[in-house]
Design a binder for this molecule. Structure first.
Ligand code: ATP
Length: 662
């Protein structure tokens, strides 16, 4: 359920104001807030149902979280996990022994007879007490050292697993807001808190052992003292859990706002948008937008701080009262002669130790609970991302699914594919059918937004159709492992902040002859010749000695990247949009030659360049409305003929303007 005006009234409260289902939407336009009537921004909304369900589920999932954390720790470092756990537990055993020995010492000291004799009698117990304390100290040191070693190992494993998933999920996941929020939470807090969960799980076990030792010691002294000690833990425990929950709720509610804040801060601090920020004088606008999100974040955080302080104060007050009760009970037992003075003395020690351990336990449980909420996000993202990986992409990491190795491409077919982007209300492609055979060049043409890039991404297996299929020699590509067999030169190709060579190789092994061939085919060799360090030039101005290229130069590098891969299917999505006329002409020639032994899909608005394609498919509002050779389509007199005529006319007009008498 999306919320309406989530923080509209948050000057005093973070309680969400929910829009009743029957309330007309126009209330949005009349709401009196500091954004003067703007409707609630997307970054202010969140899924309240999910939040509450998540919290309840997480509270129940604490044992599961602990088990997951310990499993992760075990996988990250077996020896360190074992030493940390065993060291803490054994140290606890020595604590109990210490109490028993203390009681013996006190009993000897409080016994009748001359003092030197009493001290002599107490000596063996004192020696044992000292030995127990030394051993306990040694064990704790070993455990602490192991824990410290474990932390970076766990962090590394958690982050590696996260990045393994973010690079493996379906491309469509990146169009999904919920996925982004889940990923942001997992990256921001999930990963760092994974180590905290492991650390606090061990600390909680240690504190539990400490409390159990003190409780056991008290139980040995007198059974009544045991429940009294536990009573003092309740208020602090309640306060800790409540405070943790408040903090997490705020974090959850702010996850979309934080993403917007990071995005705005990048726009103001990164190099790429810096020119437009200045050219369009965007400074005030961006700062104002940033201020809105930052104000919301601050408001929510201050509110949480206030509520957490109140909860903690209440918890402290109740703990004080409970402690008073415990000492009163102890005094009553002593006065009634139920317990002797020596036992009462040890009991005071055990109560104090028990309380310290209890306070530690409550504190660690609180941290565990709180970190567990964020770690829960990490696990949730893990589960979510795993469901969003394609069968092909999942295969390498032990899912048991082994995709078939495909035969050499004879024919690639889009078999009546329909595709709707996540969250979109209408399909970007409807029943689209195209075919490209080895040795052929096909062209996809059509107006802006007609679905050409979407179809290309489906052909490359980057998106999967909701109906229909992409077939490689007749087999559905979702069952094939096509890695390395398809090359895509994307319209919005990435300007990788790497060297020229790395930009072209893209992780492939170096083959000098092929590199030179690919660079020449794309015209990138001319770009390299202008750079001082040639192929070793770093294409990132943010680092010393880094270069930047012009749009057309970048495009040549991107095209060379496509040529370098020995792919069977090559998709060029507007490869010449930034090229000058000479480079464009040369590139189309090379693309035609490159089709030898390969299948080529070419998307372009330069219709003069697709005249020689083996087949041209015309897309219109997601449908393939025309197909055929240039001559056939011109004869058809449809959309293609119209668009071609318009472009040709534009050139003729220019011709006339330039040469009125020519
Ligand atoms: N990631 C996305 N999420 C939602 N809708 C999208 C996404 N990408 C594209 N669209 C929509 O899908 C439709 C087809 O877009 P597509 O990029 O395939 O068009 P195109 O023919 O390549 O256009 P152009 O000639 O401008 O490059 C458009 O309506 C576009 O707005």
């Amino acid at each position: 359920m999306k919320l309406w005006g989530t923080w509209r009234h948050t000057a005093t409260s973070t309680e969400p104001h929910q829009k009743p289902d029957d309330e007309p939407d126009d209330r949005r336009d009349t709401a009196p807030d500091d954004r003067s009537g703007l409707e609630t921004a997307y970054w202010e909304t969140h899924d309240e149902e999910l939040l509450n369900a998540g919290l309840a589920a997480i509270a129940r999932r604490l044992p599961f979280l602990v088990a997951s954390a310990l499993r992760l720790a075990w996988q990250a470092g077996r020896r360190d996990t074992a030493v940390a756990l065993a060291g803490n537990v054994l140290a606890g055993a020595f604590t109990v022994y210490g109490f028993v020995a203390t009681s013996d010492v006190l009993t000897s000291l409080f016994a009748g007879g001359p003092t030197p004799g009493r001290v002599r009698d107490a000596l063996p117990s004192l020696a044992l007490l000292a030995a127990a304390a030394t051993l306990r100290g040694a064990l704790l040191t070993a455990a602490t050292w192991a824990q410290a070693r474990l932390k970076p190992q766990v962090e590394r494993l958690a982050e590696t697993r996260l990045l393994d998933l973010t690079t493996r999920v379906d491309l469509a996941a990146f169009d999904d807001d919920d996925f982004h929020n889940a990923m942001r939470r997992a990256r921001d807090s999930g990963v760092p808190d994974t180590a905290t969960v492991v650390e606090t799980t061990i600390a909680a076990l240690t504190a539990t052992v400490g409390v159990a030792s003190a409780t056991a010691a008290l139980g040995l002294l007198h059974p009544l003292l045991m429940p009294l000690l536990l009573l003092t833990a309740l208020p602090a425990g309640w306060a800790a859990v409540r405070a943790g929950k408040l903090g997490y709720q705020a974090f959850y509610r702010l996850s979309a706002a934080r993403r917007r804040k990071f995005m705005l801060s990048d726009l103001m601090a990164e190099r790429q948008p810096a020119a437009e920020v200045r050219a369009f004088d965007l400074r005030d606008f961006l700062l104002a937008e940033y201020a809105k999100v930052a104000a919301l974040e601050q408001r929510v955080q201050l509110d949480v701080a206030r509520r957490r302080t109140a909860v903690k104060a209440g918890g402290d007050l109740l703990t004080g009262a409970a402690t008073l009760g415990v000492y009163a009970a102890l005094a009553a037992l002593l006065a009634a002669g139920v317990i002797p003075l020596a036992v009462a003395g040890t009991a005071v020690l055990a109560i104090r130790t028990g309380q310290t351990s209890l306070a530690g336990l409550v504190q660690t449980l609180n941290r565990l609970y709180e970190a567990g909420l964020y770690f829960g996000d990490y696990l949730t993202f893990h589960a979510l991302a795993t469901t969003r990986t394609t069968p092909t992409a999942q295969a390498p990491t032990g899912t048991g699914v082994t995709p078939a190795a495909p035969a050499r491409l004879a024919r690639l077919t889009a078999d009546h594919v329909t595709f709707t982007y996540p969250g979109a209300d209408r399909p970007a492609l409807r029943e689209a059918a195209v075919t490209v055979a080895r040795g052929e060049v096909i062209a996809l043409v059509g107006e802006n937004g007609s679905g050409k890039t979407t179809l290309a991404k489906l052909l490359a297996g980057l998106y999967h159709p909701q109906s229909g299929a992409i077939r490689w020699n007749g087999a559905d590509i979702t069952r094939l492992d096509l890695r390395g067999l398809i090359s895509v030169i994307a319209q919005d190709h990435t300007r990788w902040p790497l060297t020229v060579r790395e930009n072209i190789l893209m992780g492939r092994p170096l083959d000098q002859a092929r590199l030179a061939e690919a660079a020449t085919a794309a015209g990138a060799d001319e770009v390299v010749a202008t750079l001082t360090h040639g192929y070793d030039s770093l294409l990132d101005r943010r680092f010393r000695g880094g270069h930047d290229l012009s749009g057309g130069q970048w495009q040549r590098i991107a095209v060379a990247r496509g040529f370098y891969r020995d792919a069977e299917l090559v998709i060029f999505d507007e490869p010449t949009s930034a090229l000058d006329a000479r480079a464009e002409h040369a590139l189309f020639e090379r693309i035609r030659k490159h089709a030898d032994g390969r299948a080529i899909v070419l998307i372009t608005h330069r219709l003069a360049s697709v005249r020689y394609a083996d087949r041209i498919y015309v897309l219109d509002h997601g449908r393939v409305t025309e197909q055929g050779t240039h001559t056939e389509l011109m004869a058809l007199g449809g959309l293609y003929a119209e668009l071609y005529g318009l472009q040709a006319a534009a050139y003729r007009l220019d011709d006339h303007a330039d040469h009125p008498h020519g």
